[in-house]
Design a protein around this ligand. Structure first.
Ligand code: CP3
Length: 342
């Protein structure tokens, strides 16, 4: 039995006295404890592949901030690597893939499904170590990148403001794109099922670059794959779909039938509620920059947001917390939610 199951209660549609709270990217550079672990190693990828350290940095925000859920420390880029495209993380620049995808032969060379998911034992070992270290205090969230967001990195080889190369790939080589998206989907499904078997209590799918597309393209290249993932995992644990910037496809995302939808700060809670109705669990959506403000400002903004969403809400930011956010701002946010009552 979990000591604090308020996060899972909301996902089950049970009534609670306040919304649960966690932050995307809570296991990361906002915490001095994380930076200390990170500096002791040669690089980010080494940390991701060290199960005991993964457990340590996953539990840090539970100890330091008192959040209602832990999210496994890892990265969405472990899937492309398992399929055959290794990545590096270049300091102050971000992810970099020496090899990228251009043509059908590149896609044919990728391994997928069971074979690829079997290369991720270090993630499953990290879950085992984390479950032991959490001692049933809070639930553990597992995650994967959505097929389109992973395609972005596999085609571009790095981050981008426009993802124009990835979009060109969808428009100019739609058959190749669908082939790659299906291979990614097959891998993600086995990967998430294995995470569940190792003890994650819920999963979140990050479609971080959804907002670079339009409705027609999103509905053709993204929604069907998210639906496959949702339908495979939903019988096992709650599923949260976070398609950042995809306000144009909210109705289609809602129709997938996931347990919850993640919402970014460009989407007004009332706008979203008008589409999903009051019963859908929504997660989000404070602008991460609010946490640069003073405690009174943060408190007022957080309370406004909780009132705007109403019940069936999990408090989070609208995207990951920025690494230079003052820890006091993060604490003011979490403490405000924990003191709030409906
Ligand atoms: O949320 C958590 O606390 C769990 C850990 C987590 C990380 N990455 C750790 C990380 C999660 C859920 C992710 C997912 C991820 N990774 C996404 C989707 C979420 C989102 O923010 O949209 C994306 C797009 C990636 C790809 C990625 N990994 C980028 C763009 C970067 C560089 C970003 C940066 O801020 O420098 C990473 C590296 C990364 N992943 C870091 C962390 C803590 C920073 C690395 C460091 O320690 O130097």
């Amino acid at each position: 039995m979990l000591q604090n199951d308020i996060f899972l209660k909301v996902l089950k549609g049970e009534s609670v006295e306040r919304p649960p709270v966690w932050l995307m990217r809570q296991a990361g550079r906002i915490l001095p404890q994380y930076r200390a672990v990170r500096e002791s190693l040669s690089g980010f990828v080494e940390l991701v592949k060290s199960p005991d350290l993964v457990a340590e940095v996953t539990v840090q925000p539970v100890d330091e901030l008192g959040v209602d859920a832990a999210i496994l420390f890892s990265d969405i880029l472990v899937i492309p690597e398992a399929m055959g495209l290794p990545y590096e993380l270049i300091e102050k620049k971000g992810p970099f893939f020496p090899k990228t995808i251009h043509q059908s032969a590149d896609i044919a060379n990728l391994i997928s499904g069971e074979e690829a998911a079997a290369k991720l034992d270090y993630v499953y070992d990290g879950i085992d170590a984390t479950v032991a270290k959490l001692e049933s205090r809070v639930p553990l969230i597992g995650f994967a990148g959505a097929p389109f967001t992973l395609l972005c990195y596999m085609v571009e080889g790095k981050g981008s403001k426009t993802f124009s190369q990835a979009k060109k790939f969808l428009y100019a080589q739609p058959e190749d794109a669908h082939l790659l998206l299906q291979k990614l989907t097959d891998t993600i499904i086995v990967y998430l099922k294995t995470k569940v078997a190792h003890g994650v209590n819920a999963v979140q799918v990050f479609d971080s670059w959804a907002g670079s597309l339009d409705k027609k393209t999103y509905n053709e290249f993204c929604i069907p794959y998210l639906k496959q993932i949702n339908d495979a995992i939903l019988p096992l644990v709650p599923v949260i779909l976070f398609s950042k910037g995809a306000w144009f496809s909210l109705a289609e995302l809602d129709q997938i039938g996931s347990t919850a939808l993640g919402i970014d700060w460009n989407m007004d809670p009332q706008f979203v509620r008008n589409i999903t109705g009051p019963d859908k669990v929504l997660q989000g959506n404070l602008d991460p920059c609010v946490l640069y403000g003073d405690a009174d400002f943060i408190r007022a903004e957080a309370i406004d947001m909780m009132k705007a969403f109403g019940k069936n809400h999990i408090v989070n930011l609208g995207h990951g917390v920025y690494p230079d956010t003052p820890l006091d701002g993060v604490k003011a946010f979490v403490d405000t939610v924990k003191a709030f009552r409906y």
